[in-house]
Ligand binder design. Sequence first.
Ligand code: ZN
Length: 276
Amino acid sequence: MPGHSLKVGDAEIISLIDMPMQIPYEVFFPAIGADEIGPYKTQYPGSWAGGMFRTHASAYAVRSQGKTILCDTGFGPGPIAFLGNATGNLLNDMRSKGVDRDEVDFVVFTHLHGDHVGWNLSPEGKPNFANARYVAPRADWDFFKPNLEQQQQMLQVIPLADLGLLDLVSGEKAITPEVTTYPTPGHTPGHQSIMVSSAGERLLITGDLAHHPAQVDRTDWSSAFDVDRRLTAETRAKVFAQLEADGIKVAFCHFPEAPFGQLLRAGTKRIWQAVP
Ligand SMILES: [Zn+2]
């Protein structure tokens, strides 16, 4: 059983789970036929449950140079009607893994979808991470904010700006000398990953650059939730080639198989493999 924490040089990454999610795969990957997906069911059994695509809403905490950075905040307390009234568990999971929510200095969002911003505010509208500044991609703010009626998750984001706690960023932005935002656009216009680089080791927290391990090989498979399917496929191809070539470890927010992995070559295919 892979552990929930990993050292990357002097930094520590702790994986956090908010809630399980199961979605019919033909809803998730409407353009991908059953015959194409079949072999990947055997290869990555943890990403399937019956006929459903099995995933989860998750988050990562990074401890670096005396700071604690929370990457995304899950789907929130719920219940979430379209996921069978699933409820979120992020704050309990943090507590059980020794991450105090008051120690969080920065919350960095990979993007502003609902399953990544859900625990920002308490029911009374107070920040759940009381000592944190919040860092979001500017292009997502510009894309989602004018469309509030369809983008209700922004009700978890806009109050942070009203409180003066939200920093909008673009490009590479250092959070600590070891932790930097890393633009990976396509899933959303401002989608960003988070590079942890310490003492010669590197790990990329990739947000929703991919949702299923088959996509490390089939970088051309985009999901129904990718805003720009062509751009996200281009970004995946470029970034995954770099992760493989440079031996950069990777934390995929939606892979239930294991929280940390690496991309390796097996013949003509690229595979995802868990690291302990
Ligand atoms: Zn997501």
